[in-house]
Ligand binder design. Structure first.
Ligand SMILES: Cc1cc2nc3c(=O)[nH]c(=O)nc-3n(C[C@H](O)[C@H](O)[C@H](O)COP(=O)(O)O)c2cc1C
Length: 404
């Protein structure tokens, strides 16, 4: 068995922070980037440093911060602006002060941030923020238009209470909105095996109705499926998530279902044109033979016996050439032997095994420990985030597709 540290494809995001009060939100942005497996590098302006010490950014990014004093035009500096631009895949400027927006629009390069912008050739996202009068000034409007025409994604400032005590437009886009723009940028850059291929991912536990209000369900949180769908999106795939656990906004299409039968219908429909199906969902094996109308009451029958019948086998019904199927085997105990048998029985190209009894991983947790079985090899991914597990799984999917 091959054992891999779940390797993280490096996704470098250069985060330029300038001297606006919304800089405190940039700390959360950088934290989210690091948490989601991106590699953020912060470059701050001199004004930015007066608001927040670089150490804060360094700690959340787990990487050094670049600034005009320490990295650029100092005795230890080199072509830092060129190096930083080369390393980055995506550049974000948040907060973007009206001063920095003006520099970017006119092509000034008198600090590290603006010099990197000129040296950088990838997608740029700008999140402006200012007092409403500064934000709405013709000069600022004009500069933002120039940036937008140049292909920069300008995330408009929102309206509301402003830090200066006034009210109006000028609030910086939220870290979540900026994160969505970063993900979009990476999806647009993707050119790997999964790019533009349709991939259907299932997530969550199904619910099998007993009566109008009760159901038989399971504890699946849907996190593993969501992680696979998120990662596939970043690799440029056309993702459809069939889930019982709808999340807030996702960048891709979600089909919300409840029962195994509904999930089977949605998967059959969606996977007809797909290249890959990843069956992460915990689908019930049995459902009540009949569903009572209304609500069962204790006063009607002191005891209740439910007759259960098997549900549809979704993996079995989706077998067709041209569709690479990934199954999951959640076993109670270190039963990889059962996973190997399941892989053979289901005829799937890839089977992901995990032991749901192992401490701290699996159902409901943010972490997992998996073994990925393909016909060529077995890859063990030691305990790590579900995002990292998703990367390892999709690496194997890409390897299998490439080898066809
Ligand atoms: C308390 C305070 C808050 C400020 N907030 C903003 C802001 O939100 N947006 C902005 O454009 N400028 C703001 N400024 C002004 C900038 O800090 C100033 O224009 C500075 O020169 C920007 O430099 P930089 O773009 O190189 O970071 C603020 C200044 C102070 C003192």
């Amino acid at each position: 068995m091959t054992e891999v540290e779940a390797h993280l494809p490096q996704r470098h995001v250069l985060v330029g922070v300038s001297g606006g009060i919304a800089i405190y939100k940039a700390v959360e942005l950088v934290r989210l980037l690091a948490k989601e497996g991106f590699s953020p590098t912060v470059v701050t302006t001199a004004a930015g440093k007066r608001f927040i010490m670089p150490l804060t950014f360094a700690a959340v990014a787990r990487a050094g911060v670049l600034d005009d004093d320490s990295s650029w035009q100092s005795s230890s500096g080199w072509f830092e602006h060129i190096e930083a631009a080369r390393r980055a895949d995506v550049m974000v400027v948040a907060p973007a002060t009206v001063n920095t927006v003006a520099k970017l629009a006119t092509g000034l390069a008198d600090n590290l941030l603006s010099a990197i912008y000129l040296a950088f050739r990838g997608p740029v996202i700008v999140a402006p923020t200012a007092n409403w009068a500064m934000y709405e000034h013709d000069a600022t409007r004009h500069n933002l238009e120039i940036l937008a025409q140049r292909g920069v994604e300008v995330l408009p400032a929102g309206e509301g209470d402003l830090a200066c005590g006034e009210e109006g437009a000028g609030r910086m886009a939220s870290p979540e909105v900026i994160m969505a723009a970063v993900r979009r940028a990476f999806a647009g850059l993707a050119a790997g095996t999964l790019a533009a291929r349709k991939i259907v991912v299932t997530a969550g536990g199904t619910r099998e109705a007993i009566d109008a209000v009760r159901y038989i369900g399971n504890r699946s949180s849907g996190k593993m499926g969501r992680a696979v769908a998120d990662e596939a999106y970043l690799r440029g795939a056309d993702v459809v998530l069939v889930t019982t656990r709808p999340d807030d906004e996702t960048a891709y299409r979600c089909v919300v279902v409840e029962s195994a039968a509904e999930m089977a219908d949605a998967v059959a429909r969606e996977s007809a044109e797909a290249s890959v199906l990843v069956m992460t969902a915990a689908v019930a094996d049995y459902r009540p033979a009949s569903v009572s109308d209304g609500k069962l009451s204790r006063s009607d029958s002191p005891e209740l016996t439910l007759r259960l019948v098997p549900t549809i086998d979704i993996l079995a019904q989706t077998r067709r050439s041209g569709l690479l199927r990934v199954g999951f085997a959640a076993e109670a105990g270190p039963r990889i032997d059962r996973a190997r048998a399941k892989k053979a029985a289901k005829g799937v190209e890839i089977l992901v095994f995990n032991d749901i009894l192992a401490a701290g991983i699996g159902i409901g947790s943010d972490e997992n420990e998996i073994t990925i079985l393909t016909s060529a090899r077995e890859v063990h991914v030691p305990r790590t985030s579900k995002a990292a597990c998703a990367r390892a799984i999709l690496d194997e999917v890409e390897t299998v597709i490439s080898g066809r």
